[in-house]
Design a protein around this ligand. Structure first.
Ligand SMILES: [Cu+2]
Length: 243
């Protein structure tokens, strides 16, 4: 059983302890903020995070580089992870940067006539005075657009049984049902004869006269089958080459 004065002194010690912890926390946070604020830093940023580029064309982006608490010097810029037959060049690959200053360079991305690649993450690296920072740019190379009017029936199959294309091309199908039955077109990239989430699939269509449209980009190279989702005997072959 604690006496009244013992309880009071216990309360006093707890209060003192809380004050000491509070002071230590404030000093600690203050010191971290100071260290963080005076830490040398380099930032690199792009005016775009993704780029859709047509085969055989080029596009120019801006890169901004800034420093904080870092001595003046040269910045070296480089890229990695470009899609096949895509090149990158900097208007100024080694810009000078002042202490606490900023600089810019243009980055020109050129997709050759044989370029392809749907989901390439290109890394832009900037280095100066021992610090290295990176920015990411997602690039997809797009090819030509090819339209096909495809009709299909359960008894007769598809009226087009071969599609020749190249990776990166855009395929636009105008689909009709010759027998008014319900059909749905899909490309079977993985060869399991069923429609999977990452494979192009049309909505159902039943009209012999009013087509529905399926638009997709060829993302793979190889020979694949296409089917009707409801009638596996309705098949065709899609040949996709490298551009
Ligand atoms: Cu069908």
């Amino acid at each position: 059983m604690m006496t009244g004065s013992a309880a009071r002194s216990m309360k006093g010690r707890k209060k003192l302890f809380a004050i000491i912890v509070g002071v230590l926390l404030i000093v600690g946070i203050g010191t971290s903020v100071f260290i963080f604020a005076s830490r040398p830093d380099l930032t690199v940023s792009l005016n775009k995070s993704s780029l859709l580029i047509q085969r055989g064309t080029l596009q120019t982006l801006q890169i901004s580089i800034a420093t904080k608490n870092l001595a003046s010097g040269q910045v070296s810029l480089s890229t990695s992870g470009l899609p096949t037959n895509v090149t990158a060049s900097f208007s100024n690959p080694d810009p000078q940067i002042q202490a606490g200053g900023s600089t810019e360079s243009n980055l020109t991305i050129t997709a050759g006539v044989h370029a392809y690649g749907q989901n390439s993450t290109v890394t832009i690296t900037a280095s100066s005075n021992g610090l290295t920072r990176q920015a990411a740019l997602l690039i997809a190379v797009v090819g030509n657009t090819n339209n096909y009017d495809i009709g299909g029936s359960y008894a007769g199959g598809w009226n087009i049984t071969t599609i020749n294309t190249v990776e990166g091309d855009v395929i636009v199908l105008h689909l009709t049902s010759s027998d008014s039955l319900t059909h749905a077109f899909f490309v079977d990239y993985n060869g399991n004869a069923v429609s999977d989430p990452n494979e192009p699939l049309s909505p159902n269509f039943t009209s012999p006269t009013i087509p529905i449209t399926l638009r997709f980009i060829i993302t793979q190279v190889g020979t694949f089958s296409y089917y009707c989702k409801y009638h596996p005997t309705m098949t065709g072959t899609l040949h996709s080459a490298t551009p």
